[in-house]
Design a protein around this ligand. Structure first.
Ligand code: SAH
Ligand code: SF4
Ligand code: F3S
Length: 447
């Protein structure tokens, strides 16, 4: 039974999985302090907006949303802004949105209950200090997802890609202890889940001083009850032979790698300070494909980076065709204040119309290639895990194959978390529809 006098908290999350995981930790912390999580902002005592700063568009959306959410506030509700945009803008946020009273960056959530209590007594506060020791080990996350668990294994980033705000908003790279990650994985199994997704900005550079990412994959994949291990995002430079071997050898580790490429042009990659060339990226793909037959690759790509010529963009298209990604998240370069890319010569900036046109061409190229491949898969059978009810349509479930294909199958909520065998019956180009293949019934005993 919930205590009807207990204060309620609503959290809205933007950005990457790391932010989703942080929201789960924040809700866990506030629940432990007596707050009741609710899934609507209306009349919540505490409204938190966990924000992303990766592109200007992401920030503009949040600013708009803060205005909208104000209308859901009671006289004594308090609103907090957390996450990467909070870290980046700090006090400016209190200026931009007068109804906001708490601003907390990614390393400051330990103080959440005190800061929220303070805000409810009328005290505004800002907490944006980095804490390189902070992994929130003693927090119990309150998970949104009932089928797969997001497990942060590394915070921050030590790369300095010239377009990227993340090192500014999340600070230096640090890893959790392997034992702590394994303990959390056991807990996940005890909660009834069999899939984990290990999170870090360059997750395969994981190191707790004693263990590397290969050790971590083996340890997590070895936890009884874990059937699927995924991770995001690895950096091409940190794919050691040990990591690839662990991926190939641990049965639970899924045959899918999300490997951000950003560009297929060595010259662009150099200006981005990605620290690999087109050939280096291709070699990494080759190594992974040799070790893990049937592995699926997805990627992130930025178009319109300063100085990107037509030829350089063509190199991205040719890399996409050569590699054959199953899917790609594609972005137009967005200048982030204070990052090195903003200091590149003004005349090198790619005009907005050129960048939009490139984005469209890229999206079409990715789709054409994946549609052709997906058509060829119709009729094949796969193991899927039922992740959730599909948003559109009635009585349809969203399921995933081990290699990250989305398959819609008929069914109801009672099947969440189940593994099924499905035959792919149709494709929209990027996602599939499937039919459940019934296990053959045992034959009746003779006599
Ligand atoms: N750590 C991950 C990426 C995290 S950000 C990695 O290195 O792969 C997720 C994606 O957002 C990036 O891969 C990149 O494609 C995109 N991105 C980051 N900064 C951007 C910017 N300033 N403009 C446009 N896209 C950006
Ligand atoms: Fe950003 Fe590069 Fe770090 Fe990824 S590796 S978070 S793109 S700086
Ligand atoms: Fe956004 Fe921060 Fe993630 S900037 S992408 S929420 S690390």
């Amino acid at each position: 039974m919930t205590d009807s006098s207990a204060p309620t908290v609503y959290v809205e999350t933007y950005g990457c999985q790391m932010n989703v995981s942080d929201s789960e930790l924040m809700l866990g912390k506030l629940s432990a302090a007596g707050y009741v999580p609710v899934d609507q902002p209306d009349g919540a005592d505490v409204i938190l907006v966990n924000t992303c700063a990766i592109r200007d568009h992401a920030e503009q959306r949040v600013l708009g949303r803060l205005g909208e959410l104000k209308r859901h506030m009671k006289k004594d509700s308090v609103m907090g802004v957390t996450g990467c945009m909070a870290q980046r803008l700090g006090p400016q946020l209190l200026e931009k949105a007068k109804h906001v009273s708490i601003v907390i960056g990614p390393d400051g959530y330990r103080a959440l209950p005190q800061l929220v209590d303070g805000a409810r007594r009328g005290r505004k506060s800002i907490n944006t200090t980095f804490d390189l020791e902070e992994h929130y080990e003693d927090f119990t996350p309150r998970r949104f997802d009932k089928v797969k668990a997001w497990i942060p294994v590394q915070r921050g980033c030590d790369y300095r890609c010239t377009y990227c705000i993340v090192p500014t908003t999340r600070g230096s790279e640090r890893s959790r202890k392997l034992d702590d990650v394994v303990r959390e994985t056991h807990g996940v199994v005890a909660e009834g889940m069999s899939e984990v997704v290990l999170l870090g900005q360059t997750v395969n550079s994981y190191s707790d001083g004693t263990h590397d990412f290969a050790d971590l994959l083996r340890a997590v994949g070895g936890v009884p009850g874990i059937r699927r291990v995924r991770y995001t995002s690895p950096h091409p430079n940190d794919f050691s032979d040990r990591v690839i071997a662990a991926m190939a050898e641990v049965p639970a580790v899924c045959e899918h790698v999300h490997l951000p490429m950003q560009s297929g042009s060595t010259r662009t990659l150099r200006r981005m300070l990605r620290r690999y060339s087109r050939e280096g990226y291709m070699e990494c793909v080759e190594k992974i494909r040799r070790a893990i037959p049937g592995v699926t690759l997805t990627t992130d790509i930025i178009v319109g980076f300063p100085g990107e010529t037509d030829d350089e963009f063509e190199e991205t298209l040719s890399a996409v065709r050569e590699i054959g990604f199953a899917d790609a998240y594609t972005f137009i370069f967005s200048p982030r204040e204070g990052t090195p890319a903003t200091r590149m010569p003004e005349e090198s900036f790619v005009p907005a119309d050129v960048a939009s046109h490139r984005l469209q061409t890229l999206v079409d190229t990715v789709r054409t290639a994946s549609r052709a491949r997906n058509m060829g898969l119709l009729g094949t059978r796969h193991e899927v895990l039922v992740e959730r009810e599909a948003k559109r349509g009635e009585a349809m479930l969203m399921t995933r194959t081990r290699d990250f294909k989305t398959v819609l199958v008929p069914g109801d909520a009672s099947m969440l978390g189940q593994y099924l065998t499905v035959e792919l019956t149709g494709t929209t180009g990027s996602t599939f529809t499937g039919a459940v293949v019934r296990e053959r019934m045992p034959l009746p005993m003779a006599g």
